[in-house]
Design a protein around this ligand. Sequence first.
Ligand code: FES
Ligand code: FES
Length: 163
Amino acid sequence: MGTQEIEIQVNGQPLRATVAVEATLLDVLRNELGVVEVKNGCGQGDCGACTVLLDGDAVNSCLTLAVQADGRQVTTVKGLGSPEAPHPLQESFVAHGAVQCGFCSSGMVLSAASLMKQNPTPTRAEIREAISGNLCRCTGYTKIVDAIEEVANNARLLEERAS
Ligand code: FES
Ligand code: FES
């Protein structure tokens, strides 16, 4: 197997690496580029902890080859918002107590963000479906769904006021 030079925009910052063609995006992000907010859970597509946005769509970075991300935009939870200017989903997760150990939270928030990009006002069932690939061992999911639903409800209110 050979190597390939790649350049990935991570949260808007161009990062370059020479990677094995079989290396996963998860391994390259964490081990080559120091992007450790992306979590390594199962490493085989079962838990969603490694979720990132690739050109805006949620993917499991453990199932994505790093070379597939060449020239593309990767967004992690740090790119969605900051402690000073959090994304509404990040604020809502904190407000609802939807973050306990936090291991799943990055992937959960990014899966929700991907859903709401396509459908800003999802139903509770659509929210559950969108995060069905993200496992949480702590919260029992209710607080997570509540947190996402509040952001959807706020978007629905704004839509109604604008119509
Ligand atoms: S680490 Fe990728 S799905 Fe679990
Ligand atoms: S908050 Fe601990 S795994 Fe979800």
